[in-house]
Design a protein around this ligand. Structure first.
Ligand code: CUA
Length: 348
């Protein structure tokens, strides 16, 4: 449709067509019923108008067939809209496995993105064409919201919690990105550009960074040593903190008997407020890093811990990929962490 002004932003992702179709259906059905109701009102007002000054209206009894009809038809329509909407929602909320994983940090009033090879950019986001891209987001201050209209996707960016969005761009070009949550004086200027490049051009762009950058996992490894995390979290058994090898994505038991999945959110909480969820068998002796470590550095440490999942610890034979089967009653540990029975995590 070319009306001289755009009714819709460009449609440039694999899911934007689905969102538009649903949206257009809702508009069409609203328009249809608005017209139907307005026409009925006008028709009845004319057809049944009072013709004599002393005319009395006739009585009317309920028509069961009519009542059932106007209940069933809207019910079918709204249930259809519900399931259709749920389908689109689940597609938009389920990142494909082969997605390129980026991270993004929002702060008043800018967007920082980091690519898997370490390249960073501000208020610009370069992505390859035809590949799913996931962005893991967190805010360093207040609530923001990353909105990519051409890809028909958005998500709140919250302080203290990771959120993600994904898209797969289908057209090269430059598109707007916005903050869609009022976040202070310069909210309206918290905008930027998404640049969709052909895969080769994206690789070239990645290689063309001004300063050399470390992939987040390597930067995290350095940070891990700099913050002396490695004095307690040693490989294998015997550390004052649990070994971090292969824990990413697994379930671990906590001191209070509950279990938790070791994901980004849990790792972040464990770094910033370590006493809240202590792993079973360990003492709450880890100092808090709240206020001492930026969100960007938390993401690096998480990337490093995640990377430990892919390599077995020296001498270890445990497969790294899938969560290890846990012994229903893990052996207890001494306070200093040197357990009589090795943890189930480490036993081949
Ligand atoms: Cu950030 Cu509005």
């Amino acid at each position: 449709m070319s009306l001289g002004f755009p009714l819709f932003p460009e449609s440039a992702s694999t899911t934007s067509g689905q969102v538009d179709a649903l949206y257009l259906f809702l508009v069409a059905i609203s328009a249809f019923f608005s017209l139907l109701i307005a026409a009925s009102v006008i028709y009845c007002a004319i057809r049944y108008r009072r013709r004599e000054p002393d005319q009395v209206g006739s009585t009317f009894h309920a028509n069961l067939l009519m009542e059932i009809t106007w209940t069933i038809i809207p019910l079918i329509i709204v249930l259809g809209v519900f399931f259709w909407g749920a389908r689109v929602f689940f597609v938009q909320r389920s990142t494909p496995d082969d997605a390129l994983r980026l991270t993004g940090i929002a702060k008043q009033w800018m967007w920082q993105f980091q690519h898997p090879d370490g390249r960073r950019e501000i208020n610009e986001l370069h992505v390859p064409l035809g590949q799913p891209v996931e962005i893991r987001l967190i805010s360093q201050d207040v609530i923001h919201d990353l909105f990519l209209p051409a890809f028909r996707t958005k998500t709140d960016v919250l302080p203290g919690r990771y959120t993600t969005l994904w898209f797969e761009a289908t057209k090269p070009g430059t598109y707007h990105l916005f903050c869609a949550e009022y976040c202070g004086a310069e909210h309206s200027r918290m905008t930027g550009q998404v640049v969709v490049l052909e895969p080769g051009a994206y690789e070239e762009w990645l290689a063309g960074g001004a300063q050399p950058t470390l992939p987040p996992a390597e930067a995290g490894a350095q940070l891990f040593t700099d913050l002396t995390c490695d004095t307690c979290h040693i490989e294998g058994e015997g550390g004052r903190g649990p070994s971090l090898h292969g824990i990413y994505g697994t379930e671990t038991e906590l001191a209070d008997g509950s279990t938790v999945v070791v994901d980004d959110g849990y790792l972040r909480r464990s770094i910033l407020t370590p006493a809240d969820q202590v792993v079973a068998g360990y003492q709450p002796i880890m100092p808090t890093y709240k206020g001492q470590i930026s969100e960007a550095n938390v993401l690096k440490l998480i990337a490093y811990i995640q990377s430990l999942g892919d390599e077995a610890p020296p001498g270890g034979t445990r497969p790294a990929a899938s969560p290890p089967a846990r012994d229903p009653s893990p052996p207890s540990r001494d306070d200093d962490g040197s357990s009589a029975g090795a943890s189930t995590e480490e036993t081949p």
